[in-house]
Design a protein around this ligand. Structure first.
Ligand code: MLT
Length: 407
């Protein structure tokens, strides 16, 4: 019989959101007359911006004619999209990135999961706690950790994100090779200041480390002065890869489009100490294992950078931030300390009790789904994450139900 990858046996039986979905399905099957409102997984609910719909229709029509039909596109993405991204998301904002440093993909989840495979298996990984579980699980699968004991894998450097540090961890005293950072943060909704990111870039330079900067929620930043990209920090091009997504910005969770920025200035060394271009390695990996995002979807993504697209996506993120404000105010009124929701679509609520118990209470008494903080790591215990992705009517109903369940 074939042998399996033993590292998988170290993982929890199922992925956090799959686990939640299973519990919710069981509840719905047992209580078909009690409609459940989902504020758990960060999945968008509002329709695509009209500019994206128009671009999808036009691109689909192009596919109907021999003269404009497209087969395989460039694996890294069409130039029209890469150039628009480089110009609008970076260069215009004082963080210069070249179009050929951008790799278009079908999702940041896949990119943050896959990037680790171009690095050695014995590197030391630093990961915040709480954290988006994909960063941890993919390193477990790759064999970079020992077993899980008491909610933590041996071999990882955990960066506690708690009320004591404002949920933004400082660089550790010990060296690490690969560091995962996510701002605005999933799950806490915290944002990092320029000074905090400068400290991380300085740490990476000092230790020859690489930062993986997940900026999937960048479009929700409203506080002036908060960096939108790690490349706003001088020197970051030598030490950081950045991940961005159209999922939450433009409602693409079902359409699928994201991108990863790998500066050509980034270097990694082999066992003999010889330098290699990280850009070339990622390009080799991407072109070997990926065949590109579909043409109509890339046209829809490019439409986000038109003036109408900018206005429509801003309105979309404003709408979800409006939900977030309602959630944060309502949970605050119920006596819970909360953070997030002002520059992020997530509210991190200190419920001061077992987070799965609180999840069960809200599911059973209010028919509202949230995400238990323990699912994001040991420091997430005692908290839940509430997602602002839903209709206004559902958010209002959910908050009224939570208030009456907890009364
Ligand atoms: C979340 O709920 O954390 C996100 O939706 C997960 C994701 O973007 O993959």
């Amino acid at each position: 019989m074939i042998r399996l990858n033993e590292h998988y046996s170290k993982l929890k039986a199922s992925y956090l959101f799959a686990d939640i979905a299973k519990r919710v399905s069981a509840y719905v099957a047992a209580h078909p007359d009690q409609p459940v409102i989902r504020l758990g997984i960060g999945d968008v609910t509002e329709p695509l911006p009209p500019v994206c719909i128009a671009a999808l229709h036009a691109a689909t029509d192009e596919m109907a004619h021999r003269a404009t039909f497209k087969g395989y596109g460039p694996e890294q993405g069409y130039a029209f999209l890469r150039e628009a991204i480089a110009q609008h998301d970076f260069t215009a904002k004082g963080a210069p990135v070249e179009a050929d440093e951008i790799f278009v993909s079908d999702g940041s989840k896949c990119d943050v999961a896959n990037i680790q495979e171009i690095f050695a298996s014995d590197i030391r990984i630093a990961i915040p706690d709480p954290v988006y579980p994909v960063y941890v699980d993919t390193n477990v699968m790759a064999g970079r950790t020992g077993a899980n004991a008491d909610g933590r894998y041996s071999g990882l450097v955990y960066l506690d994100s708690t009320a004591a540090n404002g949920y933004v961890p400082a660089p550790p005293a010990e060296p690490a090779d690969l560091i995962y950072l996510c701002f605005p943060n999933n799950p806490t909704g915290a944002v990092a200041t320029r000074a905090q990111l400068e400290a991380w870039v300085a740490y990476a330079k000092q230790h020859g480390a690489l930062i993986l900067f997940d900026a999937a929620y960048e479009a929700f930043i409203r506080t002036p002065g908060i960096p939108r990209s790690i490349y706003e920090i001088p020197g970051a091009r030598d030490v950081a890869i950045e991940f961005r997504s159209f999922s939450k910005l433009a409602g693409f969770t079902g359409l699928r489009c994201a991108y990863t920025v790998v500066p050509k200035t980034l270097k990694a060394r082999d066992a003999a100490g010889q330098e290699h271009s990280v850009h070339a390695l990622w390009s080799r990996r991407h072109t070997t294992k990926f065949n590109g995002v579909s043409y109509p979807v890339q046209k829809a993504a490019a439409s986000v950078y038109t003036p109408e697209g900018q206005a429509q996506t801003h309105a979309l993120t404003e709408f979800y931030l409006g939900n977030a404000k309602l959630i944060r105010e309502a949970m605050g009124k119920l006596g819970f300390a909360c953070i997030g929701g002002d520059n992020a679509p997530y509210i991190w609520v200190n419920v001061q009790r077992d987070s799965w118990e609180f999840f069960d209470l809200l599911l059973n008494q209010a028919q509202v789904v949230v995400t238990p903080g323990a699912g994001f790591g040991k420091c997430g215990e005692g908290h839940v994450r509430i997602s602002a992705f839903n209709s206004r009517a559902n958010v209002e109903t959910a908050l009224a139900r939570i208030a009456s369940a907890l009364r």
